[in-house]
Design a protein around this ligand. Sequence first.
Ligand SMILES: [Zn+2]
Length: 243
Amino acid sequence: MSLYRDEGVVLRTQKLGEADRIVTLLTRRHGRVRAVAKGVRRTTSRFGSRLEPFMHVDVQLATGRTLDVVTQVETLGPFGPSICADYPRYTAGTAMLETAERLAAEEREPVLQHYLLLVGALRALADGSRDPGLVLDAYLLRGLAVAGFAPSFTDCARCGTGGPHRFFSVQSGGMMCQACRPSGTVAPAAGTVDLLAALLTGDWTAAEASAPRERREASGIVAAFLQWHLERGLRSLRLVERA
Ligand SMILES: [Zn+2]
């Protein structure tokens, strides 16, 4: 049995037996890891509350035959309680954890950029400094970008002609010029496109200056873009997980 240490975010927990849990973590150095936390559902557990979703922890794990076993936990970022206490933060955070698990497709494959993105987004949700909906959309866009699916919000996604362009195509990966425009494109408001570009680049001053109508339209576009990539890029993964 060998021990290793890492830091990670708790993505999900599942009951196991009478008192144990299987904890899914996105770790800094080992990517997505599933591990057994023994006795954490007992009230006397030393680290049960540290292994709840949204918590940012430093963990020591023992390599097991099938699943690793959590042997020590220290809290780095106690994000759970303040995210769970506020419904908009909780729904945004839940969508972030689910997306993180799906974008970290392979177990034990490090995804450092995505890990850092998730920790930063959860910290912003927990401290309440930014609108939860904007934090979520920025995380989703940037998460897709680091997974290799960066949308283009200025140049034409097909021919590269400099923008701004009027039309957006989920399938083509962003804004499109008049000549490349396929059928089924939408024409979002210019302010919405500016907001999407600001969220992707992390320009919070511009993002927070947006109007509610632009935020709603941007959220719809981000959701469609995410769904399109998850369904295509990760279909094989879902089949593996169900089997
Ligand atoms: Zn074009």
